[in-house]
Design a protein around this ligand. Structure first.
Ligand code: HDE
Length: 737
């Protein structure tokens, strides 16, 4: 049952949280007993700020009712406009100032509300309140983002994705400002401006937008070998996710957990999506940038509106403090991951995103994350990238959100009370009473007063630090290639091919031949075959022959090949025209929905479609408004519509596009004839399509008899769950089409 969170019920506002959707799947209510009501605290806090103009009279910002908002005040109907027109001036002035500076990085993002709940108490490791009790539900706000592009850039560009989470805990706000890649380009925050200047559009002409495929980025890479590991991740499929719902999140930097006894563990944070980690193809991602620049936003928004709430498990990697030096990498080096096989990820809870924002600007644009937002029980490490980040985020909000009171913006407010002597500043929203705004004081009996640790006061972890004041890099940060090779070794054949393809596109777009040569030479140190294959595609000499660097280790956890595979929430286009078979369409729609997939009828136009036996269908999309790029699979149902579809170039293109992007394709009975006039014909030329069982090859499923509908549906769903059939691209490349 939905719970009403506000006494005020107004038209058009969404005051409800459907609690049934926020409980933990697969967990009995006995385990969590009665969850405490914390999960709704943030939404309740935001509710009074919601505005609804429905059925109200138009006013100025001063509350004066207006009779007209279409004509400015003039002398005579054709005369000059008067300065005294306060309504005109207020309306235009407000409009003139509607924009704020976009984030210098991570400008394009998309946010949603959710709930976090623990599976088991972490009291052994940390005293953070929200990590103690599995009955407590903590409200969260998550913002996903790309890094390089500006606010209006496309979603599906090759880039790192931000995954920033704000936990509104009973101890105050805790932020994990993470990425979907576990390592970073640089080791010291002082290099961040150099990295970002090199990655962003080049300053003389502001070209190119939202891409690393240009000279300055690769110039920086070849001169900064510590980038090697993350460059490999960025050239991999991780940098073109299928969905925000299907990517991992990593805190990247090393933090500390501290328990009630003062014992510390180093910790790294992980988010693992329950839909698995899946990606687009390069060609598909690039085309989607034009067809649907909002692809990831739309995907997330729609999933939440449909009740397909994205879920991520929360994991921690823990290293006892006395084992800081037990590894063959420095655990404070942010260009290194902690291999899961060496330091297992302990899964301790789950995040469910269950509510879209009411207003993008007020919430997603104004949310301010900061890795320095920590709570008692969590502390920093000396990771030099983290140390710099602790300053930067706070600082950037001052110019972005216009002054020191940005924490008073509703989305940024903690759900616990705030009491201190900070006063005034631009956009102060509080009305502090009384004469005292200093400490210590007698006039207000020292209020507000510091809390001791037993009362929940934050005490910094006591750490002994000694050393020379020095501007230099630790020797233990010098190995840039072992883990890079480890990542390369962990990739499947298809993933390796995609990485080489990405290098060919990205470095192939570089103009300076010396830079291109240096990239091939640099990545030959990762693996000789990688360097030579990069060189072969970008028109430079093969790198000097070097012996492999001897790293043979690999991690199955790093390959997307080994991820969760499910048909849940996968989008399937059902291609239909007049004469379709309603039994086939209905049965497949039911089966797909039963598997949690999202089928959609795509007609030739948006006109209602008539099937056999006068059945009727209303298409959701047409061949003009839809593209195979936006779906995970295409289904061609049986029916007399196939003759018309065979003649339709758009229908053939639709199937070819899905085919070349290695998506699942299903053809039922007459539907097979449509397959035969596409590029699929070359793949399937020696197949007879006869027999009773469904026929499956490289993600193409076909069936010839109506009686075999059920096994066909089951096989189609199985293939859909595979996500993509990468082997097909090699097959297609070898065929003469
Ligand atoms: Fe950020 N980063 N960053 N970053 N970062 C910002 O803060 C910075 C780094 C990350 O959705 C900025 O509020 C420095 C690593 C995310 O609002 C800025 C360094 C990781 C977001 C900033 C790093 C991140 C940001 C710009 C090097 C993954 C978007 C706007 C030391 C662990 C948060 C803002 C959102 C945003 C600085 C490196 C993740 C300028 C100096 C490593 C997800 O403060």
């Amino acid at each position: 049952m939905p719970i009403c969170l506000c006494n005020k019920i107004s038209k058009g506002l969404r005051y409800y949280i459907d609690e049934s959707k926020t409980t933990m799947k697969g967990e009995s209510s006995m385990l969590f007993n009665k969850p405490s009501d914390n999960s709704t605290k943030k939404i309740e806090q935001l509710n009074p700020y919601l505005e609804n103009d429905m059925d109200q009279k138009l006013t100025t910002d001063n509350g004066v009712k207006l009779t007209n908002t279409d004509d400015s005040l003039k002398i005579g109907e054709r005369g000059p406009t008067l300065l005294e027109d306060f309504h005109f001036r207020q309306k235009i002035t407000h409009f003139d100032h509607e924009r704020i500076p976009e984030r210098v990085v991570h400008a394009r993002g998309f946010g949603a509300h959710g709930v976090f709940q623990l599976y088991e108490s972490m009291a052994q490791y940390t005293k953070a309140k929200f990590l103690q009790n599995p009955n407590v539900k903590t409200p969260v706000f998550v913002r996903f983002s790309t890094v390089v592009g500006s606010r209006g850039s496309a979603d599906t560009v090759r880039d790192v994705r931000g995954f920033a989470t704000k936990f509104y805990t009973e101890d105050g706000n805790f932020d994990i400002v993470g990425n979907n890649i576990p390592v970073f380009f640089i080791q010291d925050a002082i290099k961040f401006p150099d990295l970002i200047h090199a990655i962003k559009p080049e300053p003389h002409n502001e070209v190119p937008q939202a891409t690393t495929a240009h000279d300055t980025f690769w110039d920086f890479v070849i001169n900064t070998p510590e980038t090697a590991h993350m460059v490999m991740w960025t050239m991999s499929d991780r940098a073109i996710p299928r969905s925000f719902r299907m990517m991992q999140g990593f805190g990247v930097n090393t933090f500390r957990f501290i328990n009630a006894q003062g014992k510390a563990h180093f910790v790294k944070f992980h988010w693992k999506p329950l839909l698995g980690v899946h990606s687009l193809m390069r060609d598909e991602a690039q085309k989607l940038s034009g067809k649907d620049p909002d692809f990831h936003r739309r995907d997330m928004w729609d999933a939440i509106e449909q009740g397909n709430y994205p879920e991520y498990e929360f994991g921690v990697q823990l290293i006892p403090e006395d084992q800081e030096f037990s590894f063959d990498f420095d655990i404070l080096d942010p260009t290194k991951l902690w291999p899961e096989e060496v330091v297992p990820v302990k899964i301790i809870g789950k995040l469910i995103l269950n509510k879209n924002v009411d207003n993008f600007f007020a919430e997603t644009e104004q949310v301010a994350f900061c890795p320095a937002n920590i709570v008692p029980g969590i502390d920093f490490s000396n990771d030099p990238l983290l140390q710099g980040r602790l300053f930067s985020y706070e600082d950037t909000q001052l110019s972005r959100l216009g002054g020191p009171n940005f924490r008073q913006i509703p989305i940024n407010r903690p759900v616990v009370p705030i009491h201190n002597d900070q006063r005034d500043g631009l956009h102060q929203m509080r009305i502090h009473q009384g004469p005292v705004s200093y400490f210590p004081n007698a006039l207000a009996q020292n209020s507000p007063s510091p809390a001791d640790e037993a009362e929940g006061g934050f005490a910094h972890y006591t750490q002994k630090v000694e050393g020379q004041k020095i501007r230099s890099r630790s020797q233990s940060f010098r190995d840039h290639f072992s883990q890079t090779t480890f990542f390369w070794n962990s990739m499947s054949q298809a993933e390796k091919e995609h990485i080489i393809d990405a290098f060919h596109f990205e470095v192939g777009s570089v103009k300076d031949k010396k830079i291109k040569q240096a990239v091939a030479d640099m990545f030959a140190h990762v693996a000789p075959e990688l360097g030579s294959q990069i060189a072969a595609g970008i028109g430079v000499n093969p790198p000097p022959v070097t012996a492999p660097n001897g790293v043979t280790a690999y991690s199955p956890a790093l390959s997307q090949e080994n991820t969760i595979k499910t048909a849940r929430t996968r989008k399937v286009a059902i291609l239909v025209d007049n004469g379709y078979c309603p039994i086939a369409v209905q049965a497949m729609t039911d089966m797909l929905k039963g598997a949690g997939a999202v089928p959609e009828i795509v007609g030739v136009t948006l006109a209602p479609i008539t099937g056999r036996s006068n059945a009727k269908l209303e298409p959701g999309k047409s061949l003009i408004t839809a593209s195979a790029l936006a779906y995970d699979a295409v289904l061609i149902p049986a029916g007399d519509h196939i003759n018309a579809l065979k003649q339709n170039a758009d229908a053939r293109t639709f199937i070819n596009e899905a085919l070349h992007h290695c998506k699942t394709i299903g053809a039922m009975e007459e539907g097979i004839d449509l397959l035969k006039v596409t590029d699929a014909a070359a793949l399937t030329s020696n197949m007879s399509f006869n027999g009773s069982a469904p026929w499956v090859f490289q993600g193409i499923v076909a069936v010839s008899g109506a009686a075999n509908l059920k096994p066909f549906g089951t096989e189609f769903v199985n293939q859909l769950a595979m996500h993509r059939h990468w082997g097909r691209s090699a097959q297609l490349a070898n065929l003469v089409l």
